[in-house]
Design a protein around this ligand. Structure first.
Ligand SMILES: [Zn+2]
Length: 347
């Protein structure tokens, strides 16, 4: 009986933007069968049942460069780069890395509940990570999705950052027909739209620059930002003069140390690290239901008193917080291909 070939996409619309990273890896079944029958000396039938149970490791599924029998291809009709096999020998694994946390727990459970349970069509593997690693993985994904040759990437990167930081805000509205992002001299927190421009409070603006720097620094000498091309020294100087470093309690002078603290701050104070630790003692207080007027909602980053003098910040507790990653592996295409390949192999 032929397996249904129509592949149904998973509905991930309930997850906040930026909380899922998708990976696709192709595997060549001819290469796999070859390994199992020739190198391991298994009979085809045994090889078949072994191959069927096979699931690549998380590293194999998510690494940016794949090794035999895995490979990546953007082509419509790819061929195995190792043995030249055509499409019908190639199976696809889709992997969704979902960051654990209060914004993703409910949609993740709901999604898992809906998935078929038989034949291990889907597998879930959990892995411990931390807020820094998650931040860098996110930056890597952001960097890959942007076109640095087109200046509008600066606005796109700002948007991705704000979406990440404030997932409940309607950013479609805020960024609709947007031409420019500017530092506000009026706002002390949050943001406002004025005509085709989006004004960010100094803190948010500083963080947007930092994100742009981090996303682009491997593509340019220094990094590109809304404030132009900046070296790390330029960036730190700018953040110091704008009062941002004082405000978040970074008193170090040495650029390398400042940079490390900035990364930890960015990683530990934002949505991507607001995870459940299992004890139920979330460090980040849970958010109240968003106000009806999303456009009026402001960022609530600082838990510090805003009336306090910026020169007397609370001591910064900098730790890399644990984050649980949930890898959801879609094996449906793989199982179907293994069956059809074996049918032709055995027949
Ligand atoms: Zn092959």
């Amino acid at each position: 009986m032929p397996a249904p070939t129509k592949k149904r996409e998973l509905d991930l619309s309930e997850f906040p933007p930026g909380t899922i990273t998708e990976y696709t890896t192709l595997v060549c079944l001819a290469c796999i069968f070859d390994i199992f029958t020739k190198q391991l000396g298994l009979a085809p039938r045994t090889a078949f049942s072994d191959v069927k149970r096979h699931t690549p490791t998380i590293v194999e599924l998510t690494s940016r460069t794949a090794n035999r029998p895995y490979f990546d291809s953007e082509e419509k009709s790819p061929r195995c780069p190792y043995c030249g096999s055509a499409k019908r020998w190639l199976a696809r694994f889709d992997t969704f890395c979902i960051e654990g946390g209060k914004t993703t727990d409910a949609p993740r459970r709901a999604l898992l509940k809906k998935l078929p349970k038989t034949d291990e069509q889907f597998l879930v593997i959990e892995k411990k990570s931390d807020s820094r690693a998650v931040l860098f993985e996110w930056l890597d994904t952001v960097g890959r999705s942007l076109d640095f040759a087109d200046e509008s990437w600066l606005i796109d990167a700002t948007r991705m950052y704000l979406e990440r930081r404030e997932p409940k805000t309607n950013w479609d509205e805020a960024f609709d027909e947007l031409r420019a992002v500017r530092r506000s001299s009026r706002l002390s927190e949050g943001w406002e739209r004025d005509g085709a421009r989006l004004f960010l409070a100094p803190n948010l603006y500083s963080e947007a620059l930092l994100i742009q720097y981090l996303a682009s620094r491997s593509h340019a000498h220094g990094g590109m930002t809304l404030a132009g091309r900046l070296t790390l020294m330029d960036l730190i100087r700018r953040l110091r003069y704008s009062g941002y470093l004082d405000q978040i309690g970074i008193t170090e002078r040495e650029p390398g140390e400042v940079f490390e603290k900035l990364i930890d701050h960015l990683a530990s104070t934002h949505e991507w690290s607001s995870v459940r630790t299992g004890s139920g003692s979330d460090r980040v207080p849970s958010k109240k239901a968003p106000k009806k007027k999303a456009a009026k909602k402001t960022a609530k980053k600082s838990s510090k008193s805003r009336k306090g003098k910026p020169s007397q910040p609370e001591p910064e507790v900098i730790i890399s917080e644990p984050v649980k990653l949930h890898y959801l592996i879609d094996r449906r295409d793989f199982l179907e291909k293994v069956k059809s390949v074996y049918a032709s192999y055995a027949g």
